[in-house]
Design a protein around this ligand. Structure first.
Ligand SMILES: Nc1nc2c(c(=O)[nH]1)N[C@H]1C(S)=C(S)[C@@H](COP(=O)(O)O)O[C@H]1N2
Ligand SMILES: [Mo]
Length: 494
């Protein structure tokens, strides 16, 4: 017979739940070995598309607190249930030890199942067992003593949590030892490209603006999981699968021996707001994917492929588009960082960020078109990017002569940017902004800058014209499903 847990049982179970989760964090840190990782991935992937779309558009980065909070609740609940199970076993067998052993084994087993780390799993098993033990100890006859024990245990749990969180925070989140060299990279060539970009940068007064090449740390990151895969180069392989007889695989050493190029390429996320910051540029080292596709001649009607990443991400688009793709293993002269897809990612010129699969490990030839990860969630983000002019220096920078600066970056994928215009009267009159010279690469942004007299309040509007002569559309739409459109508009000063 299972008794309903008493209030004291619930309190001890709750303490076991919290300390079980913190114990895993204390031993694993916020890394892939943390018990929260698989739960969080599950929560994220199970979240209905409509909800994630709403959160991306309206809440932004803070939206991540929601799935993290849900994952924390789930795990505290699971470890707490295990402690309750321990109490039940102890009472059933009239053996406190049996209950404690039960709680230890089940919490350890669950953590191993989720993380595959038997040793680190002790981090959650030990505190769960400990608080199960405290909770199953015979009740003191005096209610006062009982209350004191609950208080002491709570204080102990708080102390444990403090120390555990402190310990876990010191664990580096990479866990992956990335060497320093970029195979095939001639440092001179990369330095030359850097210097070229630097020499073409406009002299903006605002310090907030990136240059023509973003820094590695400053480069935005968009990943479906909080926890980036850790794939050592030696273990990496890219396979082509799908049609009979076409299963081939290439390894890191083979890939990096192919012809090496350095390309300056801009990436933009379809989910960003109109004036958002998920737009960055880097100098990438890699090889054109076309050489690998020579044997790949899909006979299927859709002529399409599904590309897969090690993190379970997938995106579908036509082989024709993939033909122009680039497989990169270097970024700004460094090996690709873990957050941007180490050891190898795909870059597809001019298409939305989501096509640039990180930690790429499989090219699957499809018989029929299927939805990719984001398309299943309502996005249509595999096509070419929309034209945009960002207003990143919003007229708050006063120059020495008392005039004010407006500045930003403009991007239109491989169409290029031909012109940026600024209006300081809400769109009645327009003036050309100064534009940085075009970089030699075809899929890059340009910087723009404009000076004006700030007298009273101004309605500032910016708009770009792409390399085909087409003006950025004025029609405002949300990021979903296919990228924000419209002209960035701002009242200056606010
Ligand atoms: N494997 C994998 N590749 C991925 C993603 C991902 O979550 N997993 N996110 C995509 C999205 S939506 C964008 S915008 C770009 C962002 O690249 P970055 O994180 O290097 O800036 O990567 C794309 N490639
Ligand atoms: Mo994205």
């Amino acid at each position: 017979m299972i008794r309903r847990p008493t209030r004291t049982d619930s309190i001890f179970a709750f303490l076991a739940g919290i300390t079980g989760l913190v114990g895993s964090f204390a031993t694993a840190g916020y890394t892939r070995s943390f018990v929260m990782r698989p739960v969080d991935e599950f929560v994220v992937n199970a979240t209905p598309g409509a909800i994630s779309q709403y959160m991306i558009e309206n809440v932004g980065q803070e939206a991540h607190y929601l799935h993290r909070a849900i994952s924390i609740l789930v795990l505290v609940g699971l470890f707490g249930l295990i402690a309750l199970g321990g109490f039940a076993v102890a009472r059933r067998l009239d053996q406190a030890v049996a209950g404690v052993v039960f709680a230890a084994l089940v919490s350890w087993g669950l953590t191993v199942l989720l993380t595959g780390e038997p040793r680190l799993a002790l981090g959650s098993a030990v505190p769960v067992a400990l608080f199960t033990a405290v909770g199953t100890a015979p009740r003191p006859a005096e209610p006062d003593h009982s209350r004191r024990r609950v208080l002491a245990a709570s204080a102990g749990a708080v102390g444990f949590a403090g120390i555990g969180i402190g310990a876990g925070s010191t664990i580096a989140d990479s866990g992956l030892d990335i060497g320093e060299t970029v195979p095939g990279a001639e440092e001179d060539e990369i330095t030359e490209q850097f210097e070229q970009a630097r020499s073409q940068e406009l002299d903006v007064a605002s310090e907030e603006l990136p240059g023509l090449v973003s820094t590695i740390d400053g480069f935005f990151r968009t990943s479906i999981s909080d926890f980036d895969p850790a794939v050592p180069s030696e273990d990496w392989g890219l396979s082509v699968t799908g049609e009979a007889g076409q299963n081939t695989e290439i390894e890191y050493d083979q890939l990096t021996e192919m012809s090496v190029e350095h390309r300056t390429i801009t990436l933009r996320c379809v989910g960003e707001n109109l004036n958002g910051k998920k737009l960055d540029t880097a100098i990438w080292t890699g090889t054109p994917i076309s050489a690998l596709l020579d044997e790949v001649d899909p006979e299927s009607e859709c002529g399409c492929v599904m590309l897969h990443g090690e993190d379970g991400y997938y995106v579908q688009f036509p082989v024709d588009v993939l033909e122009d793709g680039f497989l990169a293993w270097g970024m700004n002269g460094q090996p690709l960082p873990q957050k941007n897809g180490h050891p190898v990612r795909l870059l597809v010129p001019g298409h939305w960020g989501e096509t640039n699969v990180k930690w790429i490990d499989e090219i699957e030839l499809l018989e029929e078109a299927e939805d990719g990860y984001w398309e299943e969630r309502g996005w249509q983000g595999t096509g070419p990017v929309n034209t945009v002019a960002k207003l990143w220096d919003e007229g708050t920078t006063e120059l020495d002569d008392g005039r004010y600066e407006l500045a930003g970056h403009a991007y239109a994928g491989t169409r290029g940017i031909e012109r940026v215009e600024v209006s300081t009267d809400g769109g009645e009159t327009w003036n050309d902004a100064a534009l940085s010279e075009s970089l030699p690469d075809e899929d890059v942004w340009r910087m723009w800058r404009y000076e004006f007299e700030l007298d009273g309040s101004h309605e500032v509007v910016v708009r770009a014209t792409d390399g085909t002569g087409e003006l950025q559309t004025q029609r405002r739409t949300n990021p979903s499903p296919s990228g924000a459109t419209g002209w960035v508009r701002k009242t200056v000063p606010e």
